[in-house]
Design a binder for this molecule. Structure first.
Ligand SMILES: [Zn+2]
Length: 818
């Protein structure tokens, strides 16, 4: 340890001396020197070596030890003045020369550094590589700084750089030829040590994809069939491929020969444009390895074209709608997972269901017989090819015959749609023989896989949106049971609501997502627990807010006088104070229609009104937060607009409601309405101070002594006293009409009855007519009708009782004596 210190001190002294010399030299000849990075890197090491050269060989070992000493590094660091370094070389040429004579492979280093950090290169300002944000210049600068600070030699620097260079990604490390690639894929060793051999069986896809993969002419060109030599005819700017009795198939050797020739001559030879890049990969030679994808060829192209053709050329618009309805309502087995859809909406799966099952039976009644028969050829052939071998070895032969018959007559019914896809149906029998039924060959699965890729290829920068929130699973072992209810506060509207846990979609901390009118709304959970807990908390909060309301009301009492009718006319600015919202709420809640509808959910009226009531509710709930003046100002402004638009509606509804209530009350004659009756009669009570007699005699009975629950009951009792039951049964209320069969009740006694009612309830003589007409008359009419019914009912009941009694006595008699 002490030895180290001693060496370090010696070294430092040496350094100090050297630096003084250098500064002296610098002062003597001051000139600007171009600094080149490569020289910097080299010289930094050189200068470092220079003192070494001056000292003995012992220094070499010492410095290696020193380089680990942190105290010394600062000293050495300060030593690396670039300009002084440049002068070093001049001052001490012998040292540099001696360094150069050392057989280090220093040639590597400037090469690598030049590559990494060439001077005056535009690349210096570009990024190091595409996966980083660090610039090449910065990186090289940092690297050199580290090398300098680390006090390592030139050799070590270059070794470092070589290591770094060695582990950098190699852009073209994969095999460059398809064959090499394929070979690299062969014999892929697995962890268990088993080597697998890949066999590429075939190639499938839609026509453009196969065209590209096989370097063949596209599906609208001449000689476009991959399996046979069919040229095609040019009609109406399109190629049509009509039926041919004998198809000349392409053999594998011919295929290879012509494609090679096309590749060589760069010409189109029978549709070949070149050798397929995949030819070396296939274990089965072209064109045998090509598999027709029936999903694209039959379903998406030919079936769709034919159905659309039939729709346009053979069906009237009305029939189209009828057929669509038939498709839409066609019951279908649930395990198919799809229902049939109308023609305009279908996709591949629906087309398959339609072609194989629904099309023929449903469209039959809309088409001429021969057309339907022709179509059935196609459907039957496709069904044979789609499923297992229903007809044994003859399956594809029969299907091929059907398909040929269909293809042959196709132009009789359809013009200009003899496309290449129709021709490909001729080869489906071969496909069936080679590869099996079509249901195994479709690319449904691959298409959905591609769709999945396409959907998720972009990824997302929005990590927050895709954030996975772990699901809270509540178990019986959990100590605290989850709360059953939550008291939510909607911060944007400042309203409260109690929600059950089952109706809450998501809970993350305090924030709760809940569906309200099909909208996902976020709210803050203020309180949770049982329904009672939430309710008490809710009541507490509302009470707090109402207390504040009262305080504010005292201050702004003049605003209280505003009524619903005139307040929208006022300037909105009047409501800029926080209390104004409260005053508004008090006015609003005093209106009968709003108090009757407290919970906004129960309203099934128009949305506008809902919103308006929500707002009123919100503002009523608005408590401590009401000091946010502007917010309320805005809200009141909105409210006033809403209110203007809806106030007339509310008025109309109120009127309608009041008339309804009146009608209801007057028609229903039940004891529950005594309260209403009592209130109704109050407006007719005499206020002029008229003297009412205490006695009103009828015969020997004082009519005013009769006890009754209300005026209706009283009236009925008086009528029963004054009139006989026969009179009540057979008469109507005066004045009678000549065309009515029943006579009116005796008028003099009726007058007495009216007087009795008036005296009994001390009614005003002037308004008595109104009272009679509005309240009393209907009751009396009902009473008379009841009187008429009462007697027959009683008799009927009695007769029933008698007959039952007789029957029981008879049965008893039978039991006793039978
Ligand atoms: Zn063909």
């Amino acid at each position: 340890m002490y030895q180290h210190l001693r060496i370090a001190l010696e070294h430092a002294q040496e350094r100090l001396q050297y630096r003084q010399e250098q500064s002296n030299i610098r002062r003597r000849r001051r000139k600007t020197i171009e600094i080149c990075s490569t020289t910097v890197a080299q010289d930094s090491v050189t200068t470092y070596d220079n003192p070494k050269e001056k000292g003995s060989n012992d220094h070499l070992e010492m410095i290696q030890q020193l380089s680990t000493d942190p105290e010394e590094t600062s000293d050495i660091d300060a030593d690396f003045d670039l300009i002084s370094l440049e002068e070093d070389t001049i001052e001490l040429p012998s040292g540099l020369n001696s360094y150069c004579e050392v057989p280090f492979d220093d040639q590597d280093e400037p090469l690598v550094l030049d590559d990494l950090f060439p001077p005056n290169n535009n690349q210096n300002s570009s990024y190091l590589h595409s996966h980083t944000t660090i610039k090449t210049h910065d990186f090289c600068g940092q690297l050199i700084e580290i090398f300098r600070d680390a006090n390592i030699s030139n050799i070590h620097c270059s070794r470092f750089l070589r290591v770094i260079n060695g582990v950098l990604p190699q852009p073209h490390n994969s095999p460059t030829t398809l064959k090499a690639l394929y070979n690299s894929m062969q014999g892929v060793p697995t962890r268990s040590g088993v080597n697998y051999k890949l066999v590429v069986y075939g190639l499938t896809g839609d026509c453009p994809a196969i065209k590209l993969a096989t370097k063949h002419v596209n599906h609208q060109g001449y000689w476009c069939c991959w399996f046979c030599y069919i040229q095609g005819i040019h009609i109406d700017n399109k190629r049509q491929y009509y039926f041919q009795n004998e198809l000349v198939l392409r053999s594998t050797t011919e295929y290879a020969h012509y494609s090679e020739k096309a590749e060589r001559t760069n010409k189109n030879i029978f549709g070949h444009l070149g050798v397929s890049p995949l030819a070396t990969v296939f274990n089965i030679p072209l064109p045998r390895c090509l598999i027709i994808d029936y999903m694209h060829v039959s379903l998406l192209r030919h079936t769709r074209t034919v159905i659309q053709y039939l729709y346009q050329k053979y069906l009237k618009p009305k029939q189209r709608n009828e057929l669509d309805e038939l498709f839409r309502h066609q019951p279908f087995p649930h395990f198919c997972n799809r229902k049939m859809r109308p023609v305009k909406e279908f996709s591949a799966t629906e087309l398959r269901n339609m072609l194989l099952y629904g099309l023929l039976p449903l469209i039959r009644s809309f088409l001429p017989v021969d057309l339907a028969a022709h179509l059935s050829l196609y459907v039957t052939a496709m069904r044979l090819l789609h499923g297992p071998r229903k007809l044994g070895d003859d399956t594809e032969i029969v299907a091929n015959e059907l398909m040929n018959a269909y293809y042959k007559d196709h132009q009789l019914f359809y013009t200009n749609i003899q496309h290449f896809v129709l021709h490909l149906h001729c080869h489906l029998a071969d496909q069936y023989y080679l590869h099996g039924s079509l249901s195994n060959l479709g690319v449904f699965g691959q298409e959905s896989l591609l769709g999945h890729f396409a959907k998720s290829r972009h990824g997302t920068p929005m990590t927050s949106r895709r954030q996975v929130v772990p699901r809270h699973v509540f178990t019986p072992t959990q100590r605290t049971p989850p709360p059953s209810h939550y008291l939510l506060v909607f911060e944007d509207t400042n309203s409260y609501q109690i929600a059950a846990r089952s109706s809450i979609k998501q809970i993350t901390g305090d924030v709760v997502s809940i569906m309200i009118r099909n909208k996902l709304v976020k709210a803050k959970a203020v309180c949770h627990g049982s329904l009672e807990d939430c309710n008490t908390e809710y009541v507490r909060l509302t009470r707090v807010s109402q207390n504040e309301t009262d305080e504010h009301d005292d201050v702004d009492s003049e605003n209280d006088k505003l009524t619903i009718d005139d307040w929208p006319m006022n300037d909105v600015n009047v409501y800029s104070k926080p209390a104004s919202s409260n005053c508004l709420s008090s006015t609003v809640s005093s209106s009968p229609i709003l108090t009757s509808i407290q919970s906004p959910r129960q309203i099934s009226d128009k949305g506008d009104q809902n919103v308006q009531i929500d707002k009123a509710e919100n503002i009523r709930m608005n408590s401590k937060n009401s000091n946010i003046l502007e917010d309320i100002d805005n809200r009141v402004g909105e409210l006033s607009e809403k209110f203007v638009s809806t106030s007339s509606k509310i008025d109309q509804q109120m009127q309608r409601l009041s008339t309804k209530i009146d009608r209801f009350a007057s028609t229903v004659n039940i004891k529950g309405f005594w309260f209403y009756n009592k209130h109704a009669i109050e407006s007719y009570i005499d206020k002029s101070g008229e003297h009412f007699p205490s006695e009103y005699m009828f015969g020997e009975i004082n009519l005013l002594d009769v006890m009754a629950t209300d005026y209706g009951d009283y009236a009925r009792q008086i009528l029963q006293i004054i009139y006989t039951s026969d009179e009540l049964k057979n008469s109507i209320l005066p004045p009678g009409k000549p065309h009515l069969a029943r006579p009116p009740l005796a008028k003099d006694r009726f007058k007495k009855f009216l007087e009795a009612v008036r005296y009994k309830y001390k009614l005003d003589s002037i308004n008595f007519g109104l009272f009679y007409r509005g309240l009393l008359r209907r009751k009396l009419t009902d009473f008379l009708i009841e009187e008429r019914r009462r007697e027959p009912l009683k008799q009927a009941r009695q007769s029933l009782k008698q007959s039952q009694a007789q029957r029981t006595s008879q049965s008893n008699f039978d039991e006793t004596f039978g």
